[in-house]
Ligand binder design. Structure first.
Ligand code: R5P
Length: 315
């Protein structure tokens, strides 16, 4: 049943620029709220407008400071619930801890599930995400999860670049399905790299299947953190005789000195989205940022009106 309540949009401090852009796309403004900290560093939330009966969307990217932004989101949800919001949807353009969705060795938490439980126990009714690192995370929530894709946005941009003789490269076997979708959309060929992680945040490429000789390679990934995966993949691709190498990913975290390392690498250009806030200096090292605001705004409108979301990705 479509929500009768008025559509309202609130934001945490995770990615306010994106939240404002989404609100503009929806022809509205962000709900008024205090989202700050007390002097002792505790999170302080106070809603400054009536939300009673409203169909409320809370936008919060779980970027750095990650744990703080999770708490902000949970506290905003709790405040909305206690203020009698009719329905609360958490809009999470980047879901942190998504790479900790399973135990990779003994005595480790499944952190992605713990985060889901936090958010759910705060009182959320629905969740809206983009390109979860592992789609199985949807199942960590009992409430409905709508899962948007930025692949069409990224591949449309690549198509406009009109790169000649393109080969799409998955930087690890886990990304083959995503890379194959790009290959189909762009009518390119496909190559797959095998990588290993000898330790946290360190990547070694082992081998590559597929021909990149004389081609324009585009590495496709879901996220860039340290940049290690991309840089070592780019090195292998160039060693195997590619003409040039580009990369695209949905979430550009650029942790630590990733921007500097990418600037020094063989990557010609990197395309990401603003699901995660990207530092302005990224432009200087050839990083192009595409906006997911209109995709999210369309999904919010569709959820509000009880319309299909999957139809957005059926082409
Ligand atoms: C791994 O499975 C992911 O898809 C990314 O390849 C990885 O998280 C990127 O991390 P980094 O940039 O630190 O290599």
């Amino acid at each position: 049943m479509a929500m009768d309540g008025r559509l309202q949009v609130f934001s945490g401090n995770g990615n306010r620029d994106l939240a404002e852009e989404i609100a503009r796309e929806l022809n509205t403004t962000l709900g008024r709220a205090v989202v700050s900290t007390f002097k002792n560093d505790e999170t302080r939330i106070r809603l400054e407008e009536n939300v009673r009966g409203g169909d409320v969307f809370v936008i919060q990217t779980l970027c750095e400071p990650v744990d703080h932004n999770i708490i902000e989101l949970c506290f905003i949800i709790d405040a909305l619930r206690r203020s009698s919001a009719g329905r609360i949807t958490a809009v999470i353009p980047y879901y942190a801890y998504a790479r900790q969705e399973k135990k990779t060795s003994g005595r480790e938490p499944i952190s992605a599930k713990v985060v889901a439980k936090f958010i759910e126990s705060a009182g959320v009714d629905r969740v809206l995400v983009i390109d979860l690192h592992a789609p199985a995370i949807e199942g960590f929530f009992e409430v409905p999860v709508d899962h948007l894709r930025a692949g069409p946005l990224l591949s449309d941009y690549l198509r406009q670049m009109a790169l000649k003789d393109m080969v799409i490269v998955s930087p690890d076997p886990g990304g083959v399905r995503r890379a194959a979708e790009f290959r189909n959309r762009l009518n390119a060929s496909l190559a797959i790299i095998a990588k290993q992680r000898p330790e946290d945040d360190v990547v070694n490429t082992i081998d590559m299947v597929g021909d990149v000789q004389g081609k324009t390679a585009v590495i496709v990934d879901d996220m860039i953190s340290t940049g290690g995966t991309l840089i070592s993949a780019a090195d292998m691709i160039m060693e195997r005789g590619a003409k040039e190498v580009y990369a695209c990913a949905v979430h550009g975290l650029f942790a630590g000195d990733a921007l500097e390392q990418i600037g020094k690498s063989s990557l010609k250009s990197v395309i990401v989205t603003n699901s995660y806030p990207v530092a302005p200096e990224a432009q200087k090292v050839g990083i192009k940022v595409l906006s997911v605001a209109s995709i999210i705004a369309e999904a919010i409108t569709r959820i509000h009106k009880d319309l299909s979301i999957s139809v957005m990705f059926s082409k």
